[in-house]
Write a protein that binds this ligand. Structure first.
Ligand SMILES: Nc1ncnc2c1ncn2[C@@H]1O[C@H](COP(=O)(O)OP(=O)(O)OP(=O)(O)O)[C@@H](O)[C@H]1O
Length: 312
C-alpha cells in the first residue's frame, strides 16, 4: 500500500541465521486499535520477528514500516514491553518511569505529564511511590507496560505479558491492553496462551514455517474450521498401556496434556457419549470422565501443527 501509515506493515520479510531462514516472506499488517495475537510453538520465530521489527536484526529481504516510517525512523513509534521485566528494582515506580521517559527523549517539561498519563493508562498510579523490587509480578508487568508507552508509540509490542502472573492480575493486564488499543494503539501480543488470544485479540496469526499460516478473527477461524462439530474429551484414571494407545489413536483420539487426557473431534452428528464411554470401558480403558467441549483456538492450532508436522 502506498503511504501505509498503519501502526505496523510488514511485507515479504525474510530473516535468516546463517543459511537457516526463520522468517520466509512473512506478511503482517496491524491497524490502529487492533490487538494482533502472534502465536506459534516454541522456536517458531516470534522473538526473531519482534527483534527484527525493533531493528535489532537485519532482514535478508522485505520491508518493515511502523506508522509509515522505515529504517531507524520507525523505532521512535515502537513501545516494547519485553518478556523479562526490564526495570530498576531499587528505584520506585515513579523514578523508573522518569528514567525511561528521559531515555526515550521526553523533555523535562513534558515528563511529569507523561508519567502521570502512562501510570494512569497502566493502572499503576497508586503504586508510584513504591520500590519495584517490592511489587508482585502482575504489578511489575503493568509498570513494564507503563515504561513502554511513555513516548506515545503507535505500535505497542508485548512479549508474553502475562507469563507467570495469577488470574486476577492477568485480567487486570487484559483491561490495560484493551484500553490502550481503544486509544488507537496497534498492539502486537506474542503469547503461548491461546485462551488469552481468543479472549482479547481482534485478530490472531499462527507463525509456522516462517509465515503466518492462519490469520483472522479468532471466532471466525474457529467456526470456519469446525462449523458445529464438538470435541469429545476423555480423562483416564491412569496412563494407558501401548495397546490401548493404539486403540485410542485408531478411534481418532489424540493426546491433550500428558497421557491421561485425550481429545477427538466429533463428526457432524451429535456424538453418543454414553455409547462411546461403554465401548471404551469394554475395551479395558479406565475411564474417569467423558465430556463435550466447544473447539477453540487451541484445537485449531494443534490440528494445523499436527497436519504439517513431518511424519515420525
Ligand atoms: N542468534 C541466533 N542464532 C542462530 N539461531 C537462532 C538465534 N536466535 C534464534 N535462533 C533459532 O531461530 C529459531 C526461532 O527462534 P525464536 O527465539 O525466534 O523462536 P520463538 O518463537 O520466539 O520461540 P519461544 O516461543 O521458545 O520463545 C529457533 O530455532 C532458534 O534456535
Amino acid at each position: 500500500m502506498e503511504n501505509d501509515a498503519r501502526p505496523l506493515s510488514i511485507d515479504g520479510l525474510t530473516v535468516a541465521y546463517g543459511a537457516r531462514k526463520v522468517l520466509d516472506g512473512l506478511e503482517l499488517h496491524i491497524g490502529r486499535g487492533e490487538i494482533f495475537g502472534l502465536l506459534g510453538p516454541n522456536a517458531a520465530g516470534k522473538t526473531t520477528l519482534i527483534r527484527t521489527i525493533c531493528g535489532r536484526l537485519k532482514p535478508a529481504d522485505g520491508l518493515v514500516r511502523v506508522s509509515g516510517q522505515t529504517g531507524r525512523d520507525r523505532l521512535r513509534h515502537i513501545g516494547l514491553a519485553p518478556q523479562e521485566i526490564a526495570l530498576y528494582p531499587h528505584l520506585t515506580v515513579q523514578e523508573n518511569l522518569e528514567v525511561f521517559g528521559r531515555l526515550s527523549g521526553i523533555s523535562r517539561s513534558a515528563l511529569s505529564e507523561r508519567v502521570e498519563w502512562a501510570s494512569a493508562a497502566s493502572q499503576v498510579t497508586e503504586r508510584l511511590g513504591e520500590r519495584v523490587s517490592l511489587l508482585s509480578g502482575g504489578w511489575k508487568r503493568r509498570v513494564n507496560i507503563a515504561a513502554a508507552i511513555l513516548h506515545l508509540p503507535s505500535l505497542l509490542i508485548l512479549d508474553e505479558p502475562t507469563a507467570g502472573v495469577d488470574l486476577a492480575a492477568r485480567n487486570h493486564l487484559h483491561e490495560v491492553i484493551t484500553n490502550l488499543s481503544l486509544e488507537g494503539m496497534g498492539v502486537l501480543l506474542a503469547t503461548h496462551d491461546l485462551d488469552q488470544a481468543e479472549g482479547i485479540c481482534s485478530r490472531v496469526g499462527l507463525l509456522q514455517a516462517g509465515k503466518l499460516a492462519l490469520q483472522g478473527v479468532p471466532r471466525q477461524l474457529i467456526s470456519d474450521a469446525f462449523a458445529d462439530r464438538k470435541e469429545v474429551i476423555i480423562e483416564l484414571r491412569r496412563a494407558p498401556p501401548a495397546a490401548h494407545i493404539d486403540l485410542l489413536e485408531a478411534a481418532g483420539f489424540a493426546r491433550q496434556d500428558g497421557v491421561t487426557s485425550w481429545v477427538m473431534l466429533s463428526g457432524n452428528e451429535a456424538p453418543q457419549l454414553e455409547r462411546l464411554a461403554q465401548a471404551l470401558v469394554r475395551s479395558g480403558l479406565e475411564l474417569k470422565e467423558i465430556r463435550l467441549r466447544e473447539p477453540g483456538l487451541n484445537s485449531l492450532f494443534l490440528r494445523v501443527i499436527r497436519d504439517k508436522a513431518p511424519a515420525q
